[in-house]
Design a protein around this ligand. Structure first.
Ligand code: BGC
Length: 727
């Protein structure tokens, strides 16, 4: 990539951190007929390039978010068809992730915002020309007077380009340039507004019927100089009023100052929001037409691969909410949420959701890119930041969060079967395991420092986010799990893992010594503790522990008490150990706290908190209450993997051999899942019938499967098969 951008210079303005978005311009006249023209470009900040006024490419918020210190993606666009007799190249530069409000002040940005570009033109006569960013470019202000992810955008349609000044040359750290790795972020679809109403407070609100991430696109109305000011919200409060206190300091406001032209449509250029509702805080017309507003859904251009449906409409809505949660948070990196002043790559969230993500969408490339950033931001010590790209350096590296280093590569390998991801991440995985292990001698050290524990679990003390399960217990369990995954990865890569096998044994023994009492029970009598012991192979007596977990749930009215960690693994911990019926009870639970409780409360995405909206309609808190946080969406892997029973075979990953073991339950009449894999489309479904269930399975021709029905397993080649299971 260096080769391509060596001639160009990084250019900026005299006031590089001004809130006004600048445009950089160059014009030229092609000297001959053009047979090819390629624009190569990147920026510190986010850019939009235009040739003769037309946008180049579909990549929104390019160059995307990476660990900017060492990795800055460069894009190339074939612009041959855009070349005319005279060419005007404009490059607009917004703050994006580089230096906006999203960057905490304590972390100085790497360098001033700037752009670098080359336009390589090949003529019919065989000659070529290269137009590069350099001293000869000019810059101007634009109508975008302010732009920021968190805070929104101010656009004055009366402002025109002008007062051109020569650019300033700056050091943009060329050594960080890398090729584009991830999918581009782009506008995927548009949703119409479905309702306009006046709230009890008298505010004018529009509802899109679905929480999305992206931006609102609207027709500009009003006399010259009048303002359209739009605020965003996820929910209405219990009285039906517009509520966005949970956005915290993210202003999420779009203001447009009109030039009197009512035929234009506008949407922000360098800002995105998470929202279902908008408030017309200022709107220069008494009449409001819903047809004048659309919600543009924006996310990484990942391909959908999984579909699930069943006879229960509430479960189907929950499943759709998981899909929307992923769509709303896979915006170049896996974010925790898209609305408040975070929108960061929280590692724990990605770790618990990765398996589900890989059912729903093809996320191999998406995670490959992000994991490289995780490695780039990994400390020398091996510690992993809690957010990647790293903005909040916490050198302690928390368990379950830092474990994204081992879990995500393994999940991606499991789902897609390409060992390259393991080869590339192996060192990072190993460094993480070594780091935790070497923190000190035993659980006190492993679980020490900054930890989040079973984050947001309901067994936490009133007002606390940390959960009742001992951090030391969880840290030890996760270290054991990390060793397991590292060992598995090492074996795939043909490495000698004896050191880690010994370590795994030692950690497993330490777990039992410290956290199993004289009666054989865990010292933390919580759902999450038993989930982890079972799921990570640490239970000294599996049937007894599984029965106890089932009992803890039943004694709690068939309700969860788990947070980020327990919730991600509870369904598998139950169904892998003979208690799928209890997992079904959790899934089908409609009362608070449960997944379907949020659905009954009107959720269209997955909530951060079980009690985001309390039964009486009040909110649990305004400080940390996202309604679009995918972590608890991990439940969808139970739908694909247990209800319909589609799982990869780790010995033949990527669904080369498929494990198909559906577990029906009489509380549903039917269920159906379909998954596009690297080896073709696999389908598994069942319906209730006289005396039991009719199960139908399709194995793609490119694969084999082990189909388990009841206690019988058969190995089959591609084809469609029917089975009967007694009720
Ligand atoms: C984020 C999370 C994250 C957590 C860590 C929150 O503010 O939104 O999802 O994992 O902090 O404790």
């Amino acid at each position: 990539m260096d080769k391509l951008l060596t001639k160009a210079k990084f250019i900026t303005t005299h006031t590089p951190r001004s809130s006004v978005v600048p445009v950089f311009r160059q014009t030229f006249v092609p000297r001959n007929a053009v047979i090819s023209a390629v624009l190569t470009i990147t920026a510190r900040g986010i850019y939009e390039a235009r040739i003769n006024g037309t946008r180049v490419g579909k990549f929104l918020f390019a160059p995307g978010w990476t660990s900017y210190k060492t990795r800055l993606q460069v894009q190339t666009y074939d612009v041959t068809k855009m070349i005319e007799q005279e060419v005007c190249i404009d490059i607009l530069l917004g703050s994006g992730w580089h230096y906006g409000h999203i960057q905490l002040e304590k972390f100085a940005v790497i360098c001033d915002p700037c752009v670098i570009a080359e336009l390589n033109v090949v003529y019919e006569d065989g000659t070529s020309e290269c137009i590069v960013t350099d001293e000869s470019w000019m810059y101007s202000k634009t109508p975008i007077l302010f732009s920021d992810y968190y805070d929104g955008e101010i656009y004055d349609a009366n402002v025109t380009y002008g007062d051109w000044k020569p650019v300033v040359i700056t050091d943009g750290k060329r050594e960080a340039l890398i090729e584009q790795e991830g999918e581009i972020v782009t506008a995927i679809e548009e949703l119409p507004a479905i309702n306009y109403f006046i709230t009890p407070k008298g505010e004018r609100v529009i509802d899109f019927g679905q929480e999305v991430t992206g931006f609102v696109c609207f027709r500009t109305v009003g006399e010259i100089g009048s303002r359209i000011s739009i605020d965003h919200a996820e929910i209405l409060d219990k009285d039906g009023n517009f509520y966005n206190e949970n956005y915290r300091s993210a202003k999420s406001n779009i203001t447009y100052i009109t030039d009197g032209d009512t035929e234009k449509w506008y949407h922000p250029v360098f800002s995105f929001q998470g929202f279902r509702y908008i408030r017309l805080t200022e709107y220069p017309s008494k009449d409001v037409y819903v047809g004048d507003f659309r919600a543009v859904v924006v996310h990484s251009d990942i391909k959908r691969t999984g579909w699930f449906s069943c006879s229960d409409p509430l479960v189907n809505r929950l499943y759709e909410n998981v899909i929307w949660g992923q769509r709303g948070n896979f915006l170049d990196i896996p974010t925790d949420c898209p609305q408040r002043n975070e929108r960061l790559g929280w590692t724990g969230d990605a770790e618990v959701f990765c398996r589900t993500a890989a059912y729903n969408y093809d996320v191999e490339r998406f995670f490959a890119k992000w994991l490289r950033d995780l490695e780039a931001d990994q400390a020398e010590s091996g510690a992993i930041a809690s957010v990647v790209p790293n903005m909040l350096w916490d050198p302690d590296g928390a368990f379950a969060w830092g474990d994204a280093a081992t879990v995500c590569p393994w999940e991606i390998y499991r789902a897609y079967g390409d060992p390259k991801i393991l080869a590339r991440q192996f060192n990072s995985m190993m460094k993480w395991v070594n780091y935790v292990y070497n923190k000190g001698n035993g659980p006190e050290a492993w679980g020490g420092g900054n930890q989040y524990g079973d984050w947001l679990s309901l067994d936490a003390e009133e007002g606390s986010c940390y959960g009742a399960t001992s951090h030391q217990l969880l840290a030890t369990a996760f270290l054991s799990y990390a060793c397991d995954l590292l060992i598995k990865a090492g074996r795939v890569l043909g490495r000698d893992m004896a050191v880690y096998e010994a370590r795994r044994r030692e950690v497993g023994e330490t777990f039992v010594q410290h956290f199993v009492d004289e009666n054989g029970w865990l010292t933390s009598d919580t759902q999450t503790a038993y989930v982890c012991a079972l799921r990570f192979g640490l239970a000294p007596d599996v049937p007894r522990y599984a029965a106890h977990l089932a009992e803890l749930i039943k004694n709690n009215g068939n309700k969860l008490k788990t947070g980020f960690i327990g919730t991600a693994f509870i369904m598998e911990a139950l169904s892998e150990n003979g208690y799928a019926d209890v997992a079904y009870s959790l899934l089908l639970q409609k009362e608070f706290p449960s997944w379907l409780y949020s659905v009954r409360k009107g959720a269209t995405t997955i909530w951060e908190h079980w009690d985001g909206l309390k039964p009486d309609g009040s909110v649990w808190s305004k400080d940390m209450n996202s309604f679009n946080h995918y972590a608890y969406g991990a439940v969808a892997s139970f739908m694909y993997g247990t209800i319909c029973g589609i799982q990869p075979d780790e010995e033949h990953p990527g669904y080369a051999n498929i494990k198909i073991a559906p577990i029906p339950d009489a509380r549903l009449d039917w269920a159906h899942a379909m998954l596009d894999t690297r080896h073709g489309t696999v389908i598994s479904g069942w319906e209730k019938c006289e005396g039991g269930y009719r199960i139908s399975v399709t194995v793609p021709d490119g694969a084999t499967a082990d189909v388990t029905v009841g206690d019988k397993t058969e190995h089959v080649a591609g084809g469609t098969y029917e089975y009967f299971l007694n009720a």
